[in-house]
Design a protein around this ligand. Structure first.
Ligand SMILES: C[S@@+](CC[C@H](N)C(=O)[O-])C[C@H]1O[C@@H](n2cnc3c(N)ncnc32)[C@H](O)[C@@H]1O
Length: 250
């Protein structure tokens, strides 16, 4: 059987196991203290929700993850000539998708591959091999707060669900600024994240104006949480309910 790429699932199995396990523990305790049947039921409902969400995200189910990555590329107005960067590439899904879409582009994926996610550089490289793009794609360990590239090195940059996670940046807007630093003048970008969370990024209109004030010529916000392929149950704030894209030209 041909090898398949492993892009992972945004709902890790451990979330399902942990909530299911808690449900069983409380069920047992409810035999003694009946009132604990309430949290038992709640934990089972949470586990069932995560099973549903995992299925919707997967390629075998609702393919939501793949469609979310496609949104990033659909909003990157780039001709594919030159070099592109994917910041916080995880298992390389968006990096590889970009390389497959732009068949002449050289694409770099960076990530710090910390413990929070089950992603790795070796899985990225294996995925690129399987997808037939390994000659044009490289993966590098690096931090999004201090990208190891000169100003204007890339012709395009993308990122998906990363900036809000960067724990060593107090102001998440600074991570966007660092991403734009490595894009050349006239280069294109498309970044998707939880941009509707005001505590992280401020008001979106203000965010767009701030980015423009850094000398970026075109900036636009697209509220991708409204995409019709996202089921309503996945539009909860801790799922895809706060997502949007910042796109434009430097
Ligand atoms: C929600 S995952 C998204 C992964 C991938 N972009 C995707 O769409 O599947 C967040 C990613 O950001 C990476 N990340 C978090 N903080 C980072 C940092 N400071 N520098 C580089 N990568 C970081 C994590 O390792 C993880 O791969």
């Amino acid at each position: 059987m041909a090898a398949k790429p492993e892009y992972g699932n945004w709902v890790p199995k451990r979330l399902i196991y942990m909530s299911g396990f808690a449900g069983f523990v409380f069920s047992g305790l409810a035999l003694v203290f009946w009132v604990l049947a309430v949290p038992a039921v709640l934990f089972f409902l949470v586990a069932a929700y995560f099973v549903y969400a995992r299925h919707q995200f997967s390629l075998q189910g609702g393919k939501v993850q793949d469609r979310v990555w496609t949104l990033v590329l659909a909003n990157l107005d780039w001709n594919g000539e030159g070099k592109a960067l994917d910041i916080g590439c995880g298992n390389g899904a968006l990096t590889i998708k970009l390389a497959k879409k732009h068949t002449k582009a050289q694409v770099t994926g960076i990530d710090y591959w910390g413990k929070r996610w089950e992603y790795s550089k070796s899985t990225c490289e294996r995925n690129a091999e399987i997808e037939g793009v390994s000659e044009r794609v490289t993966f590098q360990k690096a931090s999004a707060v201090a990208l190891p590239f000169d100003d204007g090195y890339f012709d395009a940059a993308v990122s998906n669900f990363v900036f809000h996670e960067v724990s060593d940046a107090k102001d998440k807007r600074e991570v966007i600024r660092e991403a734009l630093r490595v894009v050349k003048k006239g280069g294109k970008f498309s970044f998707q994240d939880e941009f509707l969370v005001k505590q992280l990024f401020g008001d979106t209109e203000d965010l767009v104006e701030t980015i423009k004030s850094w000398g970026i010529s075109k900036v636009e916000f697209i509220q991708t949480r409204d995409a019709d392929f996202i089921p309503r149950a996945l539009k909860l704030p801790f799922m895809l309910g706060t997502i949007g894209i910042i796109r434009g030209e430097k």
